[in-house]
Design a protein around this ligand. Structure first.
Ligand code: NDP
Length: 327
């Protein structure tokens, strides 16, 4: 038997509770993993509350991330005792996920745990930190370098945002952190932000087609009016990596930034990213992420504490990253 958060859909909506499950009920897969840590991402908040149709069948174990140890494997790449990470691939959405003590998965989905990290650190990074690195990679592949000027991070006190601030600052960029929680300004500066701005300046309509050009690049975790404002204020030839929708899925922009300033909007997806790109992102995280900064953004909780936190992450009330000790 093992413990897991289980989501069920009833007439009253989605119900989440911690349950004991029988290993015989594990789904098909060629690798069985004993989970050490999981984490709470924004998407897990959507799944647990049922606020958006993230989960495609019930009952479902949520959790898009896990770090653990291979217990049994019929996959050529993995042997019992190997330490692995799983991010995305629909796990926690249509395949039982990481907020559990055990998971059965496809070996093709797994990435080796970098030696630099403990399983707990890997989950402090989680999909959020790996996505922050995918954003940095996308911007740099488009030609961004620290000499070009200020780089904006929106939703900076959240998971993707705070790790994007730390990663960019670590690479020498001048980072401006946009947040709705100005009380977190000192914390964001300690992560490396050169300046902290109130997100109200970016969040409200109307958005002019073009504004004063400021950003050489940006990581946007928020979408909606915020992303539209960011595009309108990005400098000639600059790029914006868009990965999130914390404000909304809409994008009320015009073509002006693209056709008059040559601005690039770079879409970033972590869920279906190919294995090679994931491994590159994790290798770079192992080299570039300051472990002290990672610890400074991390809070640890137990499995049962995740359920009430789901509402709070959607309300923008969770700071940084939350690791979950599933044992
Ligand atoms: P968090 O909740 O940790 O961070 C989101 C942050 O956005 C909040 O902390 C808050 O930051 C800000 N925010 C929240 N609500 C609003 C609002 N109404 N208007 C403006 N800003 C708001 O979530 P994550 O970091 O886990 O994820 C961030 C986003 O990225 C989510 O939308 C998530 O779905 C997406 N995502 C996408 C991935 C992909 O593959 N494309 C992978 C991972 C995440 P502050 O208080 O500082 O303003």
């Amino acid at each position: 038997m093992y413990r897991a958060i289980v989501l069920d859909k009833t007439d009253a909506g989605v119900q989440a509770r911690v349950q004991e499950l029988d290993e015989e009920g594990l789904p098909p897969g060629d690798v069985t993993v004993r989970v050490d840590y999981s984490t709470l991402n924004y998407k897990d908040g959507l799944a647990i509350t049922g606020r958006a149709p993230v989960v495609r069948r019930y009952p479902m174990v949520p959790g898009v991330d896990l770090a653990g140890t291979v217990e049994a494997s019929e996959h050529p790449r993995w042997r019992p005792g190997d330490r692995v990470i799983l991010n995305g691939w629909g796990v926690g959405e249509d395949h039982p996920g990481g907020l559990a003590q055990k998971a059965r998965l496809r070996g093709d989905w797994l990435v080796p745990l970098p030696e630099a990290f403990t399983p707990r650190q890997a989950m402090a990074i989680g999909t959020a930190g790996y996505t922050a690195m995918l954003c940095v990679m996308a911007l740099e592949e488009k030609g961004l370098d620290p000499a070009q000027g200020e780089v904006l991070v929106t939703g900076a006190s959240g998971g993707v945002g705070s790790l994007a601030v730390a990663l960019l600052a670590g690479r020498g960029y001048t980072v401006v952190a946009s947040t709705g929680r100005m009380a977190e300004a000192d914390h964001l500066k300690a992560l490396g932000a050169a300046e902290v701005m109130d997100r109200a300046a970016l969040a409200e309509p109307p958005v002019k087609p073009l504004g004063k050009a400021r950003w050489a690049g940006a990581v946007d975790t928020v979408g909606s009016h915020t992303l539209a404002h960011v595009l309108a204020t990005t400098r000639y030839g600059g790029s914006v990596a868009a990965c999130g929708l914390a404000q909304g899925m809409d994008l009320p922009t015009t073509v002006a930034p693209f056709i008059l300033r040559g601005v690039s909007l770079l879409g970033v997806d972590s869920v279906q990213a190919p294995l090679e790109r994931r491994e590159t992102a994790w290798r770079r995280l192992a080299r570039e992420l300051d472990p002290d900064k990672l610890e400074a953004v991390t809070t640890e909780v137990a499995l049962a504490q995740v359920i009430p936190l789901a509402e709070r992450i959607l309300a923008g009330q969770v700071r940084g990253r939350t690791v979950v000790d599933v044992n």
